[in-house]
Unconditional design. Structure first.
Length: 253
């Protein structure tokens, strides 16, 4: 394998220093960018709006935490399954090329969203689908049977986050491809996935905890989402170019 150069030129990106990257840093960056999309937040914000009106503080914390844990579990299961599939297939160049193209497509999509979607709204979820989810959430939040409400919130978290995977622009698949390119013990693979999920859910946990402590609902704002599209677009273009042209650099030496 050729030595990693100090500097290199990539199409559309310019000059970079590959040594500035590392797998933990990339895990944090991609996990944060994946969590910044507006599609991952709207359901939680509405649920919080229902919960803050309750007088039962314990019920508020449990139902909200259940939604967050359910969301995290969906992502972990999806990413673990995809990672194991990639590890089973081994170093198949065609898969790396396809995911590299997905990364480039995702990068252009994020940049398009930055320039065209200035309000930072979710372009995937139709208003009608949102209304159905809102109605279901309202019914579950008001359900007197606590176990029924708990199981319903958990099931809804699974379903909503499976749909919202479309908003991720392929980031989970891109990340697991990079992870599979490293020769690691299995526990380290899952450790990195857990770090990714923790960073991915950090904004949701922050918004939820803040709302429960202050009894006020607030999202992270459209600028938060919009600038994440700019950063995410540039980063995905960089990763896509590396997957296609110099995949050895993504093993970080």
């Amino acid at each position: 394998m050729a030595p990693v150069p100090e500097r290199m030129q990539l199409p559309l990106i310019g000059e970079i220093n590959p040594r500035d990257l590392s797998l933990p840093v990339l895990t944090v960056l991609l996990g944060a960018l994946d969590g910044f999309n507006p599609c991952a937040m709207w359901t939680l914000v509405f649920l919080i709006g229902l919960l803050v009106g309750m007088k039962d503080t314990t019920r508020m914390w449990i139902l909200g935490s259940t939604f967050i844990i359910g969301s995290a579990t969906v992502y972990f299961i999806f990413m673990a399954a995809w990672l194991n599939l990639l590890l089973f297939l081994g170093s198949v160049s065609a898969i790396r090329i396809v995911i590299g193209l997905v990364a480039l497509t995702g990068g252009f999509y994020y940049l398009k969203e930055y320039f065209q979607n200035k309000d930072g709204v979710c372009p995937v979820t139709a208003p009608e689908r949102r209304q159905r989810v809102f109605q279901r959430l309202r019914a579950l939040a008001q359900e007197r049977n606590f176990l029924l409400a708990l199981s319903g919130i958990l099931a809804l978290a699974f379903l909503v986050n499976l749909v919202e995977l479309v908003c991720s622009a392929g980031i989970p698949a891109i990340y697991t491809q990079i992870l599979a390119m490293h020769s690691l013990p299995m526990w380290q693979y899952y450790g990195y996935l857990l770090l990714y999920i923790l960073v991915f859910m950090a904004d949701d946990m922050l918004v939820f905890a803040s709302a429960m402590l202050t009894l006020q609902v607030s999202g992270l704002g459209s600028k938060y989402s919009r600038y994440s599209h700019l950063i995410g677009g540039v980063l995905l273009l960089l990763i896509g170019a590396l997957l296609l042209l110099r995949p050895d650099l993504l093993t970080f030496g």
